[in-house]
Design a protein around this ligand. Structure first.
Ligand SMILES: [Zn+2]
Length: 364
């Protein structure tokens, strides 16, 4: 595919990206199951998560490609999924293999250019056991008032920014990232809120996977994310440890990051988080040999990305998304997860193709 051809798969809004994905699948004679979201998009449009299944439903091998856990990252993952469909490599699947492509698992966040979902829940922190006591994030407490500062500019904002700066100076960058991004389960209007029950997208993901629980023996999952890591680089990260980690590294390379691995190989690049979709996938497909990665496509320096996320948090809690400032914040948070730069997009397309190739290697 030419470079210009590749660029055409990177769409500028969720409605266009969804239309492209659905039309490529339809043109290929593939069935698209659309799961309508209860809420509408910002222009009143219908929202849905679309799932395409290729191959026999009761195959022993299952490959799952998921986009849009974080809504604002959907356009990046969507382009990778649409490119996979368009190249028609699925026409030569390994024997006994099913592919399940889940497009925009958090469609509300995708349409509203939000990381979180309709409940202000970070879906990537929502796969918890809500019958057990939820963890407390003591570090978040120290920054809570500053994170929720109602003013965007002015004296109060300056004081809030100083609290962030002082926290980093008297603790560490790692503590700061844990405080803000680690997830919290106490403040439903706060940042990185993990929820108090499984949200719509969580329940849907489990429902989409459940039919394979009996037949799937070997499962490989790729979940697309963006906004973390070096610009244009697609890092493979796994939540798995021990022999599962060894298997994941044998598929995707020794450099796979493993934040939960406590051995000396731990690279500290990606922080330990809990309640990610991996936990829901693991529970739903409990009997399968599961090899699951997240691909993180890097964009801008981490503190700039974090600023964009915190500004969008302010916009949601205290601002007006329809205002000029609201539009500027939305444009910025999108650019920080989905750069317009054609070279960045080409790099993402190339890396995704490599990862998909690795995913199918050795199956069948
Ligand atoms: Zn993400």
């Amino acid at each position: 595919m030419t470079s210009a051809g590749v660029q055409a798969y990177f769409r500028e809004n969720f409605a266009d990206a969804r239309e492209l994905f659905v039309s490529i699948a339809g043109d290929s004679g593939l069935h698209v199951a659309s799961h309508q979201h209860p809420l509408a998009g910002p222009d009143g449009e219908t929202l849905s998560t679309d799932a395409v299944t290729i191959g026999e439903p009761d195959a022993e091998n299952l490959v799952v490609l998921i986009s849009g856990t974080h809504g604002v990252e959907t356009l990046c993952g969507s382009a990778c999924q649409s490119l996979y469909l368009a190249k028609r490599e699925w026409q030569k699947l390994p024997v006994n293999t099913t592919v399940l492509i889940i497009h925009a698992i958090n469609p509300w966040g995708a349409a509203h250019i939000r990381r979180n979902n309709e409940d202000n829940v970070d879906l990537g922190r929502n796969f918890m056991n809500f019958d057990a006591p939820l963890p407390k994030n003591a570090k978040y407490e120290a920054l809570r008032a500053a994170i929720d500062c109602p003013e965007f500019r002015g004296a109060e904002r300056d004081r809030a920014d100083n609290i962030h700066t002082r926290y980093i100076a008297s603790n560490s960058i790692n503590d700061y990232v844990d405080a803000i991004m680690g997830g919290q389960y106490e403040y439903s209007n706060g940042f990185a809120y993990g929820g108090n029950a499984p949200v719509w997208s969580n329940r849907l993901l489990r429902n989409l996977l459940a039919p394979y629980a009996r037949s799937a023996r070997k499962v490989r999952v790729v979940e697309y994310h963006s906004g973390l890591g070096p610009y244009g680089y697609g890092a493979a990260v796994t939540m798995q440890v021990n022999e599962d980690l060894q298997r994941v590294q044998s598929i995707y390379g020794r450099w796979v990051d493993a934040p939960n691995d406590t051995s000396e190989k731990h690279k500290e690049r990606f922080h330990k988080v809990q309640g990610t979709p991996y936990d829901g996938i693991r529970e739903t497909l409990a009997d399968a040999e599961l090899s699951a990665i997240v691909v993180e496509f890097g964009t801008y320096p981490p503190f700039e990305s974090l600023r964009a996320l915190l500004d969008d948090h302010w916009l949601t809690q205290s601002g007006d998304p329809a205002s000029a400032m609201g539009r500027e914040i939305k444009q910025r948070i999108l650019e920080y997860h989905y750069p317009a730069d054609p070279d960045w997009r080409q790099a993402i397309a190339d890396r995704s193709a490599q990862i998909i190739d690795q995913t199918f290697r050795g199956l069948g």
